[in-house]
Design a protein around this ligand. Structure first.
Ligand code: SF4
Length: 72
């Protein structure tokens, strides 16, 4: 468990997404300051590059990350 290297610039962690989920605080604890390799945003960032992470992708959107990573 450690901090994600994206903390300082991540729109989710810095509350810069259009709509933040009610569980954002918990998600930050579980993903951003915990198991960040399981974060959907982080997975897409690693697989496709920072420029290909959708603005509205939340850390728990694994199915959408799978689609993006498979090129769908
Ligand atoms: S874990 Fe995901 S949401 Fe959190 S800072 Fe890293 S990339 Fe952003």
């Amino acid at each position: 468990m450690s901090d994600c290297e994206c903390l300082s610039r991540c729109p989710f962690f810095n509350d810069r997404m259009a709509e933040m989920p009610a569980m954002a605080h918990l998600m930050k604890k579980n993903y951003c300051q915990g198991d960040f390799l399981k974060c959907a945003r982080h997975r897409v960032l690693l697989g496709k590059g920072a420029g290909n992470v959708p603005n509205d992708l939340f850390p728990n959107m694994q199915a959408r990350a799978d689609e993006l990573l498979s090129g769908q």
